[in-house]
Write a protein that binds this ligand. Structure first.
Ligand SMILES: [Zn+2]
Length: 401
């Protein structure tokens, strides 16, 4: 194994979540029990400090036809609108004929907001189904993996590149970075959104570790990657999305000066010690304790005769369910909005999914797997809470959507 960022072989195993199925692989009834399992382990690079998975499930398996839709979540759509407005007003308010390329553009939710601001847009999306949905909604979308070859085929430059929540998925990491370098106009801006490993550790949100997330960045480690490709970050802030994500602004190397805010965040990160091996060892200990605490809670509720449903069926929930070993004996079903997941079962633990309209009777407890939408969930379900239904959050993020 060599480091995905710096090619070092000086890597150390820090977190071992065992053998897990690919967590986005929700199963048809006849597929239950047939799904493959892969190692889920995090290694720490002693040279560049990037934490990363050692095992790669092939991208064609993971992203060939996924069914996650950005547009189904209201707070996410609002977040995407804010991003588009912010990028435009900060950098391109006086630019005519502006253009944006979105990497992993999903159902086109982000690009619609850029279209509304007059941008020529292009999405690159690997999932057939979501690319089709985007094209049907008049968001021009290429069904392909974004890399140097794809960029070469596109053959023009863009004012804005956007990569929301895909930058840690990338199996072809260096090819993707080189392609951005190649396709970004000289004064262009690349907007990246990625899970912040510092927040993951603080929130104990270990369920963000799954096969699609090959890399876990901090400001220090992403900069090493960017610099290697002639790019550098010049501004960043922490957003509530996914319980703590960095929105970073990147330019060609040295074209824009780092902002005061970015410098302050880098300093805070340095003081926190989150880039040290010791931080990862502590994280590992806390994850093991969390497993024990959650099993105690669920078993006690079950013994007391309470019915427990899962709230949401996010892919990350499967990391938690599989690592804890929680199946339908403890959590009867996972209640989900996304209609594409009707009649499916969770990979590994085989908990049946129910679409909201199929819920006939409410449980005593909702075990909230979609904890990153804590604010939205509590607000939308006040009437159930008033009736005595408990909403249990295994992860309590400092910031939530
Ligand atoms: Zn490294």
């Amino acid at each position: 194994m060599i480091c995905r960022v710096c090619d070092s072989t000086n890597l150390e195993l820090v977190i071992d979540l065992g053998q897990q199925p690919w967590c986005n692989n929700f199963l048809q009834k006849e597929e239950v029990g047939q799904e493959p399992f892969y190692p889920l382990r995090v290694l720490f690079c002693h040279d560049c400090h990037t934490s990363q998975l050692d095992f790669t499930v092939k991208k064609e398996i993971m992203f060939g036809d996924h069914t996650y839709l950005s547009g189904t979540t209201k707070s996410l759509s609002e977040h995407f609108r804010n991003i588009a407005n912010e990028v435009d007003s900060k950098f391109f308010a006086n630019t005519n004929q502006k253009s944006v390329l979105d990497i992993g553009s999903n159902d086109g939710t982000q690009l619609k907001h850029f279209q509304a601001l007059g941008y020529e847009v292009l999405g690159v999306e690997s999932s057939k189904t979501t690319a089709r949905i985007a094209n049907e909604a008049n968001v021009p979308t290429l069904n392909a993996f974004f890399n140097q070859q794809t960029m070469h085929g596109i053959g023009r430059k863009f004012d804005v590149f956007n990569a929301s929540g895909v930058f840690f998925h990338l199996e072809e990491l260096h090819s993707v970075c080189a392609a951005i370098k190649q396709g970004l106009k000289q004064d262009g801006v690349f907007v990246v959104q990625f899970l912040y490993m510092k927040s993951i550790m603080e929130n104990l949100a270990f369920d963000q570790i799954y096969h699609e997330h090959l890399l876990y960045y901090t400001l220090e480690t992403i900069e090493i990657l960017l610099n290697r490709h002639g790019l550098s970050m010049f501004d960043a802030y922490l957003a509530s999305i996914h319980g703590g994500s960095i929105i970073g602004y990147i330019s060609h190397y040295g074209v824009r000066e780092p902002s005061k805010q970015l410098l302050a965040m880098r300093e805070e990160e340095r003081t926190s010690g989150c880039n040290s091996i010791e931080a990862y060892r502590q994280f590992d200990i806390r994850i093991k304790q969390m497993k024990q605490d959650n099993l105690n809670y669920l078993n006690a509720a079950k013994t007391a005769g309470k019915r427990i449903f899962g709230f949401g069926a996010p892919v990350k929930g499967n990391t938690m369910l599989n690592y804890f070993g929680v199946g339908p004996d403890l959590i009867e079903c996972l209640v989900e909005k996304n209609d594409l997941r009707r009649n499916l079962f969770s990979p590994g633990m085989h908990i049946p999914l129910l679409i909201e309209d199929e819920v006939a009777e409410q449980p005593d407890i909702y075990y909230v797997l979609a904890w990153n939408f804590k604010k939205e969930i509590l607000a939308n379900n006040q009437s159930l809470i008033d009736k005595g239904v408990e909403f249990y959050f295994p992860v309590n993020p400092k910031v939530s959507a």
